[in-house]
Write a protein that binds this ligand. Sequence first.
Ligand code: NDP
Length: 292
Amino acid sequence: MRRGIIDGKAAAAQIRRRAAEIAARLRDDHGVVCGLAVVLVGEDPASRVYVRNKSSQTREVGMNSFEHRLSADASEDELLALIAKLNRDAAVDGILVQLPLPPHMSSDRVINAIAPHKDVDGFHISNVGLLGTGQRALVPCTPLGCMMMLKEVHGDLSGLEAVIVGRSNIVGKPLAQLLIAANCTVTVAHSRTRDLPSVCRRADILVAAVGRPEMIRGDWIKPGASVIDVGINRVERDGKFRLVGDVDFGEATSVAGAITPVPGGVGPMTIACLLVNTLTAAHRARNLPEPV
Ligand code: NDP
């Protein structure tokens, strides 16, 4: 096991270099320029930053980035028509609709309108079902990034006790499926879990995906455990805004065997995995052997 602070930024940079090689091979050997379409509805400031980062990193690795922006008052039908067009577009290998959507739209309806083989966020009900039944799916990017980091730390995860705090469809539940598939014993905790600190103390792998700043304290962590902090919380300290995770990093570092920082842990891996998924989708769509 590798100990210490898990450098998600460095790991993501390595994945991007590999993605650039794969994208170049796809172009040189098969004449295919891989393309990712990102759809943003409205003006949510955090979503705009995410979309900008996703698009620029897509271009940096030599893939096409197609950005589509709809106003906050666009109708759901307009968005569905755009998705139908992108589904048909051969230049588009992956489609991502940035969430959250405005309240007058159903994110379930919108996500399920994306062609499953282009659903690079892995949120379509078909991909959810494939993942849950151990079949070949497009896997949600944040859980995929968490698994890559855990495998780097531990190698084989078989038999380890994993506790995930948070049961969202985008992080907690798909990560639970991946950890089960990797032979972990998995507990998914949430807001109704009783005595959360003692549940967390059982974990060899503790994942926090809650959205509550520094909720998980040092004495909730089993000495030597690997801690993956998915949370991104903006807090004000001494008159300045900064990002913190769901784990009290200061306390946790002296107990954990390995831990991801916020920022610079899970966040960069999520975008890198989006590029990986887009390349995977491009290969599968053409029946090409998937890059490893
Ligand atoms: P959701 O709000 O969808 O889910 C939060 C989960 O935390 C729920 O299951 C909720 O339980 C649980 N929870 C809330 N309060 C408590 C509590 N006091 N004790 C135990 N469990 C609790 O969040 P997301 O999964 O979308 O995101 C979680 C965090 O991860 C956020 O900070 C988000 O910004 C971040 N994030 C980061 C990403 C990255 O790339 N780094 C990507 C995606 C998310 P219940 O179900 O009972 O309500």
